[in-house]
Write a protein that binds this ligand. Structure first.
Ligand code: FAD
Length: 404
């Protein structure tokens, strides 16, 4: 194809442009993004950014001059408003229309809000963009009190960052535990205990009724009638895929834009990658919307390979990481339909892994400060190898030996 247009200049959009050039694509590439910064990494926004340990240059996927040097037209600060599939053009908010032969939708996702009264008060934040992170950082002052709504990865990572900055942090969660959608109970309970040890408070089975305050938030009122004082509130209750532009254009959508293994949508000229795509996960025979950097990279590499006529890379086992205090959490695979859990190592040592097996085969691994378990576990998942559960749970037997 001669003209590739990418909507969304985030991790997936920026990466597909780079892989296309890396794989020798010589046609035109236009990257349209509604943020003012060129593609950058979001993971540090809830971590190093809040403690002032990084900046936008460091987070940029590529230096700004890379785009011109590689003949990629970067249109920033504008949004794509509509796709005309018959004429193969994209209408952009600056009034221009951009023609495509192939369109890649990489619009990501945006934070979900609670919808409770007072959510638009000053000092109520969400966290997706560098602007969000900068605003939150500027609101941090020692001795402050933060209420974090949602005990997902964002809530836990922000809680850790705020504690390090000397701020009181209370996490409020509707479910009865943290990470209910994204990690197993043993890992969640370990992290909660660890956070408590660092002074983070948790309130489970609680929902926000109202953000109270006069101009700025000063308390959260919960549905059970209780009240939490705070001068910062951060809402981290998940994200919603930015798929409106695809729906309006009549593309098939479910929980995001439905794509096949090559990330192709129901229109063969249009691909969708990253957080916005609802994709098959071959190893688990299911369809998922994966919200992770590895997923964005896998799909962007795959689309670039397909467009350059290269053999498609082998599908990857989904994986994810999170950093909280001095804990590096790494997760591979999906825990669907597992019938056995094996813990390897002692959680008290802050270095252990939880394996999830189905009929003696590893399907997922959740590792805390345990890189070899994570890496070897991920490999074993891919190989669908049967393992001896008693050896797996015995740290005197090396992962290498278990794999052989
Ligand atoms: P995005 O990076 O969100 O990019 C989409 C871009 O498209 C955005 O710039 C958006 O503004 C733009 N856009 C949307 N609609 C339009 C339009 N109509 N026109 C033009 N532009 C548009 N993942 C991990 O694996 N590990 C982590 O530790 C981790 N930590 C995270 C911490 C934070 C605070 C956040 C927010 C995310 C984290 N993630 C992490 C998730 C990871 O960042 C995302 O999965 C990844 O950014 C997805 O890439 P994407 O390109 O699909 O979406």
């Amino acid at each position: 194809s001669s003209k590739v247009v990418i909507i969304g200049a985030g991790h997936a959009g920026g990466s597909v442009a780079a892989f296309l050039r890396q794989f020798g694509f010589e046609g035109a590439i236009t990257l349209i993004g509604d943020e003012s910064a060129a593609p950058y990494q979001r993971p540090p926004l809830s971590k190093a950014w809040l403690s002032g340990e990084t900046d936008i240059e460091t987070l940029s996927l590529r230096p700004n001059e890379w785009y011109a040097d590689n003949n990629v037209t970067l249109k920033l600060g504008v949004s794509a408003n509509a796709i005309d599939r018959d004429n193969k053009t994209v209408a952009v908010s600056d009034g221009s229309n951009v023609d495509y032969d192939v369109l890649v939708i990489a619009t990501g996702a945006c934070p979900r809000w609670t919808g409770a009264e007072g959510e638009n008060l000053k000092n109520v934040y969400s966290l997706r963009t560098v602007e969000d992170a900068e605003a939150l950082k500027n609101a941090i002052s020692p001795g402050g009190q933060a209420a974090l709504i949602g005990a997902g990865y964002i809530g836990l990572e922000v809680a850790a960052s705020l504690r390090k900055a000397g701020i009181k942090a209370t996490v409020i969660e509707r479910e009865s535990r943290s990470l209910a959608r994204v990690a197993s109970e043993p890992i969640a309970r370990f992290l909660e205990d660890y956070h408590r040890g660092q002074g983070v408070g948790f309130l489970f089975d609680k929902e926000v009724e109202k953000f109270a305050g006069d101009g700025s938030v000063n308390a959260l009122e919960l549905k059970d009638g209780s009240k939490i004082d705070c001068d910062i509130a951060v809402v981290g209750i998940g994200v919603v895929p930015n798929d409106a532009i695809a729906r309006d254009a009549g593309l098939e959508c479910g929980n995001g834009i439905i794509v096949d293994i090559d990330a192709r949508s129901s229109d063969p000229s249009i691909f969708a990658i990253g957080d916005v795509s609802y994709r098959p996960v071959p190893h688990y025979d299911c369809t998922f919307r994966l919200e992770s950097v590895p997923n964005a990279l896998e799909q962007s590499r795959r689309v670039a390979a397909v467009l350059c006529g290269r053999p498609a890379p082998a599908p990857e086992i989904p994986w994810f990481w999170s950093d909280q205090f001095d804990l590096k959490i790494q997760i591979a695979g999906l825990t669907l339909d597992c019938d056995e859990i094996v813990t390897r190592g002692d959680p008290a040592s802050k270095k252990f892994a939880v394996f999830h097996l189905r009929k003696g085969v590893i399907r997922a691994v959740e590792a805390v400060n345990a890189a070899p378990e994570f890496m070897m576990g991920k490999k074993l998942i891919g190989q669908e190898a049967s393992v001896d559960a008693s050896k797996l749970g015995d740290i005197s037997v090396s992962m290498k030996e278990i794999a052989s």
